[in-house]
Write a protein that binds this ligand. Sequence first.
Ligand code: EPU
Length: 342
Amino acid sequence: MQIQENISLRQYNTFGIEVYAKYFAGFSNMNELARLTEQAHKDAVIVLGGGSNVLFTQNINGWVWKNNIMGIEELGEDNSFVYVKAGAGENWHRFVQYAISRNWAGLENLSLIPGNVGAAPMQNIGAYGVELKEVFNSLEAFHLREKKVHTFTAGDCHFGYRESVFKKELKGEYVILNVSFRLRKDPVFHTTYGAIREELDKMNITSLSIGAVSQAVINIRSSKLPDPAVTGNAGSFFKNPSVSKKQYAGLKEKYPSIVGYENADGTVKLAAGWLIEHSGPSEGTGWKGYREGAAGVHDRQALVLVNYGGATGREIYELSKQVLESVYSKFGVTLEREVNVY
Ligand code: EPU
């Protein structure tokens, strides 16, 4: 296990922001992680997975640890499910593809999400009508102060929309080591969300399979979302905000094309992309496609901020502040950042 000093984090965050970490180390198992906790003692630590949900706005005057715990293991099965454990450092999409190749169903709608397995429960990743919590079985996490491994069931994780206990009550206390999934032997297809059905028709799919659903999701994502290998970004920069039914009715009256979906609790989740596209500098496209230096708002999905190359984290953050303020002043709705800002 090698400890490096003053190293650039550019290759460790998908925004491609150049900041430096005072100390940097990767760990491949729990023993290495335990050794690092000894070394860091009480210093502040940031643990990185794939770096796909962070924005660095300054140099890190402490430790950055990269989770490199690998391995995929079949734990067992019953009549309906296969139980599979994956190391937190496994690339998410590679894990999804592995499951599809074995005919294990449930992950196909979550294809092509950037990042690693360990970050998936952290923010209960979701896309195209499926959330991680639906395929989650349990996880093991290392408590940094107690230096002990604890097992978390779905109930323990308090999953919400892009939320879990690890982003709230237990923030900074645990490092996720591995995640176990409950995958179906017989698929249950989720094809009603958004453009999936349309894409499957375009692909001339007559008999549905998890491979086909995965490919449809890959096609849709690639057409809308920038590839971080080409243009720096961290997926949706903001969450979709929820408002009361009453506030929604008022907005709908004033802005008939506004997009909202009713939540189970009666509140309404607004498409932040729509709000961003309908506020800001341009009459027709709002912030969509807006660019200031190397920082910008993606031209095909307004919820995504991009680094065209060489932007600083501060510049991206400032742009996000302008977007936030302009959405608030036009619609009276406060956007919340989904990305973790350091
Ligand atoms: N919309 C606009 N303008 C835009 C973008 C979207 O009007 O620039 C409207 C669309 O017309 C559509 C609605 O907003 O009616 C929803 O758009 P989309 O299906 O693209 O999804 P989203 O709500 O913008 C969420 C997730 C994405 C996920 C997609 C698909 C959040 C914060 N984002 O985006 O997740 O891929 O749904 O399920 O919930 C991520 O979290 O990083 C992410 C990419």
